[in-house]
Design a protein around this ligand. Sequence first.
Ligand SMILES: *Cc1c(COP(=O)(O)O)cnc(C)c1O
Length: 396
Amino acid sequence: MKSRGGASEKSPAPLKPLPYARQKVTRDDLKAVAKALKGERLTTGPILKEFERAFAAFVGSGCAVAFSSGTAALHAAAHAAGLKPGTEAITTPLTFAATANAVAYTGAKPRFADIDPETLTLDPEKVRQALTDSTKALLPVDYAGHPADLDPFVQMAREKGIFVIEDACHAPGALYKNRAVGQLADITVFSFHPVKHITTGEGGMAVTNSEELAHKLKTFRNHGIDLDADERDGKGLFTYDIAELGYNYRLSDINAALGLSQLSRIEENLKTRRRLAAYYLDALAPLSSLILPVEKEWAKSAWHLFTVRLKENPAGLERDQLLAKLRAEGIGAAFHYPPVHLMTYYRRNFGTGEGDCPVAEGAAKTLITLPLFHSMGKGDAKRVAGTLRALLGARR
Ligand SMILES: *Cc1c(COP(=O)(O)O)cnc(C)c1O
């Protein structure tokens, strides 16, 4: 993949458009995938197991179960937590729809609590107020790579005997109070979509320290069949049973080979993202019309996204106008996310709407995601900062 899309017609020598995120695939990745394709098993084989072991080691969790997408992993986690019709789960409205969709897949009711105005992650106090006897799971999201304030959620869950499923699709490598994300919740979910820190094309991972939950996750991934093919063969079993409905949510060994190869560079990717974020924080600090992202003293962000919020500015620009102007300059600025509780499906089926989560609704009107990815250069970041300074009429 080279540049995507046409160049602006006005500019004689257009710069290559900069996306907000992009994967990086190396020669080593290509070699690893080619080798996998020549192997005996294209799915549920040794490379998948190795990828799971290596990922579990990376986050320091007991067990990792790979899935065909992060969404599939969230669905499996929701099932493993016992979500079903008649139960509820509480999550944040400022997330990719997959977090709440995964709850809805199980027939449980997704409920939304408002976010903390600083970190834009789920506000523990708001969650406490939303708890009911039907609440079976809490789903905090590590928005933009900054961990949610996990201790209060874990404590609430312990008190009530329910589960915390952390959507860490933005946050592999993030730290919460010096502990790695992936060690704190009952189940933590990651995604390997191409915009994320490492990619398998499509793919995801659920990690847990509970053997019981890991078993549920594996069974759900494979139609609800209690044993995988290897175990069956090992035991000379030619039949199997299904006690609960599952899906085919497996990740192939081809994808796992890409993931395993990419995983060897994740620390490097994190370093690059942290360096670029530090540059943005410094270069954009003089722009008084922007609210910059924070990193709390108890957190180390994985910097999946660099999001800023637009205040009133001398140029009189609204968020959508600024987005359009950045895009006209070849800067693929984006917006994460339209609040999930305002989506038609959620309004219609769960009675959510305007006013439910004022902090998230307010933030969502002003948020802008600037390009940030690990194959991006400092020159790219300089161009973004310079363009913003020019557009927002900063006095430097
Ligand atoms: C990427 C992402 C997911 C999962 O996405 P998949 O494309 O299914 O891997 C879930 N939640 C959040 C917050 C995400 O960013």
